[in-house]
Design a binder for this molecule. Structure first.
Ligand SMILES: [Zn+2]
Length: 111
């Protein structure tokens, strides 16, 4: 165990160990659109009871793309996109800890 006076290192270690849980993360953002399907007899022709279409909005090779998500995969994909957000948050915290440590180390090396 680490000494209790290094809570930053404990936090960093905990975050690092948690990163594996995000291995299935997906990039981009989750989008829900309402749309009419175009079939003349469908309830959506009233313009109110529209169909939900779920999409990933993502950059592919630097170009913005919108990809439809099959209904059966919507919940899984939503979670995988959320994983990316948590991964980024963990990485930002780890970098913050390391930056603080760098500043301290730098100070120790001043003449
Ligand atoms: Zn319809």
């Amino acid at each position: 165990m680490r000494p209790p006076d290094e809570p930053d290192l404990e936090l960093r270690g905990k975050l690092i160990r948690s990163l594996g849980a995000f291995r299935e993360m997906l990039p981009g953002s989750f989008v829900e659109r309402q749309r009419a399907c175009g079939r003349p007899n469908c309830h959506c022709t009233d313009g109110k009871r529209l169909h939900s279409q779920y999409q990933i909005s993502v950059l592919m090779d630097g170009k913005p793309k919108t990809l439809n998500i099959p209904a059966a995969l919507v919940e899984k994909v939503r979670q995988k996109i959320e994983m990316r957000r948590r991964f980024d948050a963990a990485a930002a915290t780890i970098c913050g800890v390391n930056l603080k440590r760098f500043l301290k180390e730098k100070e120790d090396h001043q003449p």
